[in-house]
Design a binder for this molecule. Structure first.
Ligand SMILES: Cc1cc2nc3c(=O)[nH]c(=O)nc-3n(C[C@H](O)[C@H](O)[C@H](O)COP(=O)(O)OP(=O)(O)OC[C@H]3O[C@@H](n4cnc5c(N)ncnc54)[C@H](O)[C@@H]3O)c2cc1C
Length: 304
């Protein structure tokens, strides 16, 4: 019997209510709509279930992959032979002593709406980012001049020893699309706390609507993607470099450099992970040859 089969038995015994899926198609859990099956996926509905599942896996030397909304993720066509724990069932948000505290699986859009509903300003930029708070903290998600690091005060996570740790944001190493959690994929982010300023609800709403309109006009939201494919290289914009090299609209199989925004690779129908990888490599090698700039993927890879 392999370790994952033992894990299934253990999870059924210890947490009978935990939802488990075997051979779960990852294409259904990524915004690219690409990816073969995950051997085992758990969908906890509470922090307690999530922590118990992670601890059970660790006892068997299995390191789970933590999945939020899969909006920054390319999963291989053959899938992932390990254990995926999807956090979207952990979605509580509350106000504690004038601070907003939210669980890691909450969509950033809902978090921004919760802040607006309480007349709190500072999270408007996050409204259009299609990820969860956990993925957002991991990537220090940001847009239009805002970044999570500007409004976070602390992050609570489960470490590799199974302990719950809370660190002030200053100790979470959040920089551009990087954090303590990109360096430690074994940490499960459980919760984060925000300090937001008191604002005027109608003005907060206007700002969110303006940013949504900007996104709709500039980004290929009508096609599946994982957002910006590459990080912004120091002193440049990835999309401008890609366009300058004549790559806008170039495709490999079903994957294409978006005609609307060259920073996005889109799935124009039936794209495989292999198509996306080959297109990304083509873009990287062409941009390096033509401009001398090395593009680093922003998108994370699983199962390759
Ligand atoms: C159309 C579109 C527009 C986008 N626009 C933006 C933008 O403006 N700004 C921006 O920054 N990004 C943007 N993105 C990218 C993406 O939405 C963000 O990076 C988002 O924060 C990822 O969150 P997620 O829940 O989808 O993470 P996932 O893709 O599920 O995971 C990303 C990484 O975070 C880790 N992770 C997720 N949850 C946890 C957790 N609880 N604990 C530990 N690790 C965890 C995963 O293991 C993985 O390494 C865009 C994507 C799309 C598709």
């Amino acid at each position: 019997m392999d370790q994952l089969t033992v894990l299934i038995q253990e999870l059924n015994r210890r947490i009978p209510q935990l939802e488990l899926r075997e051979q779960e198609p990852m294409a259904a859990h990524t915004t690219f709509r690409i990816g073969g099956p995950a051997r085992l996926m758990a969908l906890p509905r509470s922090r307690k279930e999530a922590m118990a599942a992670v601890r059970a896996a660790r006892e068997l030397d299995i390191t789970p992959f933590f999945l939020g909304n899969g909006s920054d993720l390319l999963v291989s066509d053959k899938g992932y032979g390990g254990f995926v724990l999807k956090t979207t069932g952990l979605d509580d948000v509350r106000e504690v002593c004038h601070r907003l505290r939210a669980e890691s699986g909450i969509p950033l859009a809902r978090l921004a709406m919760a802040a607006w509903g309480r007349g709190l300003t500072g999270l408007e930029f996050a409204h259009g980012i299609p990820g969860t708070l956990g993925g957002g903290v991991t990537m220090n998600a940001g847009a239009y001049g805002g970044e999570l690091v500007q409004v976070l005060t602390s992050v609570t996570f489960l470490n590799e020893a199974g302990e719950v740790v809370t660190l002030p944001v200053e100790e979470c190493a959040l920089t551009y699309r990087h954090s303590l959690f990109t360096d430690h994929p074994e940490y499960l982010i459980l919760e984060a706390e925000f300090e937001l300023a008191q604002g005027v609800p109608s003005i907060i709403k206007i700002k969110m609507d303006e940013l949504a309109q900007k996104r709709r006009s500039k980004q290929p939201l009508e096609l599946p993607s994982a957002g910006s494919t590459f990080k912004r290289p120091e002193g440049y914009f990835a999309a401008a470099l890609i366009e300058e090299c004549g790559l806008k609209g170039v495709g490999v199989g079903g994957a294409q450099v978006s005609e609307k925004h060259a920073g996005f690779v889109v799935n124009r129908g039936g794209a495989t992970a292999d198509d996306v990888r080959r297109l990304m490599e083509l873009v990287q090698s062409t941009v390096l040859r033509e401009t001398g700039v090395a593009l680093e993927p922003e998108v994370k890879f699983l199962g390759f």
